[in-house]
Design a protein around this ligand. Sequence first.
Ligand SMILES: [Zn+2]
Length: 366
Amino acid sequence: MVLGTGKVAVLHFACRSPTLKIRCMFVQTSRMYIKSAFALGLIVLIFFATPSVSAWGVWAHNRINRGAVLAQSGSLGAFLYNHVDYITEESSVPDARKHDFNDRAEGARHFLDVERFRLASMDSFPPTMKDAVAKYGADSLQKYGTLPWTINAMVRQLTEAFKNGNKSEILFLCADLGHYIGDAHMPLHTSVNHDGQLTGQQGIHGMWEAEIPEMFGDKFNLYSGNADYIVNVEHAVWGVIDRSHHMADTLLGIEAGLHKGKGDADLYVLDNEARKKHNRYGQAIHNPKYIENYYKHLDGMVDRQMRAAMRFTADIWYTAWVNAGRPDLSDLDPREVTNAQSGKMESEKKLYQSGKITGFKTANDF
Ligand SMILES: [Zn+2]
């Protein structure tokens, strides 16, 4: 199961397209069906895929979504685990829509430039997307971002999908929500200085969210507890943005201190002619010693934010299901699929409780 972002995106587009008429195949999905859909995606990919850059990095997005599945129990947990590979792989698809398919509406969903709004507190933001458009205009929101409004709107859609037993929508919305909630926990997604470009720290975004998790993630303790009910979702989502935004200055300040007086050889991996090496997306690759030093100085911030993203995603899915009236989801999949998955789910949950999320491979960004 090593699929890059672009490949998954092709699958997703195929599945969502009413014209391609294969959505039904996907709706009936079990892990077996998903494999055939992936194969179709790979074929289309040959013609259309281009490199992409992923927020949080594929490594972390994959694990945030998978951990959120493992944090569930009962009928919801069993249903989501039947589709755990899909939910894992789809975690990076919103980034692919943005980069690979140049979907103009997509970009703003991934961030909120909090400083642009010049508001005294998070409570001052308009509560819904509609209110925000009325106040700031659609064009401004495209520039400054819509992340929290996007999450809140999708939670309402997910609640409806649970009420209606709409399997494809439930899976699509759960996977996408995990992505946007992940982004909301990446502090630079809430700041206008999103890649340190205003402070001479370009590349910090990728180092924080992809190079660090890829280098040290296997040592992270990713256990995030069990899903819990959120009484006021909208308020909780703005709380996430608020906490993230307060961390942006911290992570930038730490790196600015480490950066001082360092040359390219200290900061980056260089080739024989002392030129910076880049990953396949054109991002400069940092010197592993520098990444390690930065990671140490962050004092667990990346791990904590990953766990927080995982838990909040789990809580949001669970809350939408509870608010839908706790529907029994066992009829949405053949009983044999659920039975076949249950043993695997139990052993993967044990691993999760020990802090590990494994059993699949990720196409890393760096
Ligand atoms: Zn994103």
